[in-house]
Each structure stands twice: as C-alpha cells, then as structure tokens.
Design a protein around this ligand. Structure first.
Ligand SMILES: [Zn+2]
Ligand SMILES: [Zn+2]
Length: 257
C-alpha cells in the first residue's frame, strides 16, 4: 500500500528552488556556477537580490546568497519568478567570472551576459529602457535561451508549491498587470492598468513580456487558477486562492468572489 504523501513545506520549497537553480545553471551557464544558499526574504519592493559570500561555515567555507521575495510568488506568473532567479544568477556569475561594478550597479558586462542568455536588460522592464544602472529590470527575448530553458523546466511539471498568503495589494496588482499583459484572453475582465507595473518596474527585477513574446508552453503554464477578490469600494484584484489582502483606498479587506 502506498504511504500517504506527507508534505514537508520547508523541504518542498527549497527543493523546488534548487531544482530550478540547477536547471538554469546547466542550460544557461554550462553548469559553471557554484551552488549558493537560496533564501526567502520579504525585502521591500524588490523581487530578489544577490549577496556575494554572504554565509560562512566554521571550516572557513563561504557561499553566496540569492534571495527571492515570496510576496511575489502568488502575484506574478511562475516565469517571472524564474526570471528573477536567473537575473540574480547572472550577478553570481559575474562575481565569480567577471568584474562587477560598484554595489547595486548593473554594468555593461552584466548587461551583455543577460542579453546572451535571452534576458534583455532594461531600466523599465520594457523595450527602450536603459541597459545599465542601479535599478534594473529585464524582459525575456522571444525564442531566447531563457524562455526555452524555462519552457523545458515547466514541462517537467515544475512548480513553486507554497506561496505567501499575505502579499501587499501592490504585489497582487503588480502580478495581475503582468498576467493580463501575458495572457489577454485568459484574464476575462481582469485587465489591470499596466501603469501599476510600469510604476514599479524600476525598482523590481521582473518583467511582463515573457509569455507575451509567444512562448506558448510558458504561457500555458501560467494559467494557474486565479480567484477574484473585491473590496468595499468595489475594486477587484485577481490572485491565487486563500490570499488575505487589504485595499489601500477603502481600507477594507478584499473578499473572494
Ligand atoms: Zn540586479
Ligand atoms: Zn477598496
């Protein structure tokens, strides 16, 4: 008799993140990146960050940190969380094999590596943005190595199972706008103003255009079930089930419909 699958959330979550890291390391970096310690941090208005040699062990060994913000897990399509991970992996690559700029600066070497693996650096997260700078975003290039590797990962029925149920409403709107940009047909009546994304894009490592670029496999994988939530002033947001969100305008809770 089969034993009932018992969920161990910590192991499940970090195993999934490691699977993604190893997959992209193999596909986009020829497996050259050393492993690191992936952490979950709710750092304000950033989807992720890289910190070189952040952790040490008693024997003198150090390892880098890549932090991901779980507030966005429920809000953005999975492909965008993967995009954040790979963005930080390029920082890790540059730390080991290149010449990083001063802290926070994304220099031309970083930009060229990003472009080489199919993520176009852009200060706005859209075509036409600046290529280098302190606050940088990126968007996935159609047919590029990143989207191909991502589609391959998602066909392995990869998922990030656990998500933060208490995102700020901005997180949800952020993801909603990206979803509507990516999947116009799938978001019945749920079109959110793209401005909210544009507004936030400058401080975030994420973009909206991955699925928009036509990677059907990735787009299909983004059609995770979404619930409609409505607040006292009748504004609506769409997000994963079970979220607890408060409206910044009427200060009432968004209730699932
Ligand atoms: Zn960065
Ligand atoms: Zn409201």
């Amino acid at each position: 008799m089969l034993q009932a699958a018992r969920s161990v959330p910590t192991r499940e979550t970090y195993d999934e993140l490691q699977v993604a890291y190893s997959h992209f390391n193999a596909r986009l970096f020829d497996g050259a990146l050393p492993d690191c310690l992936i952490t979950l941090q709710r750092e304000k208005s950033t989807c992720g960050y890289f910190s070189a040699k952040r952790f040490a062990r008693a024997d003198g060994e150090t390892t880098d940190e890549i932090a991901l913000n779980p507030s966005y897990f429920a809000a953005v399509p999975l492909v965008e969380t993967m995009q954040t991970l790979v963005h930080e992996m390029v920082h890790l690559w540059q730390h080991h094999y290149g010449a990083p700029g001063r802290v926070r600066y994304h220099n031309e070497e970083w930009a060229a590596k990003m472009e080489g693996i199919g993520l176009m650096p852009s200060s706005t997260g859209r075509p036409g943005g600046k290529r280098t700078g302190d606050k940088m975003s990126d968007y996935a290039v159609e047919g590029g190595p990143f989207l191909l590797a991502c589609a391959e990962l998602l066909t392995l029925s990869f998922n990030i199972s656990w998500y933060d149920r208490f995102p700020a409403v901005e997180h949800v709107r952020f993801g909603e706008s990206s979803l509507s940009a990516a999947l116009p047909a799938a978001v019945g009546g749920g079109a959110a103003p793209l401005a909210s994304h544009a507004l936030l894009a400058g401080v975030m490592h994420a973009s909206v255009s991955a699925a928009q670029d036509g990677a059907a496999g990735v787009a299909a994988a983004n059609k995770s079930n979404r619930t409609k939530y409505v607040c006292g002033c009748r504004s609506a947001v769409w997000g994963k089930p079970g979220l607890v969100i408060r409206c910044g305008v009427c200060d009432e809770a968004f209730e699932p419909q």
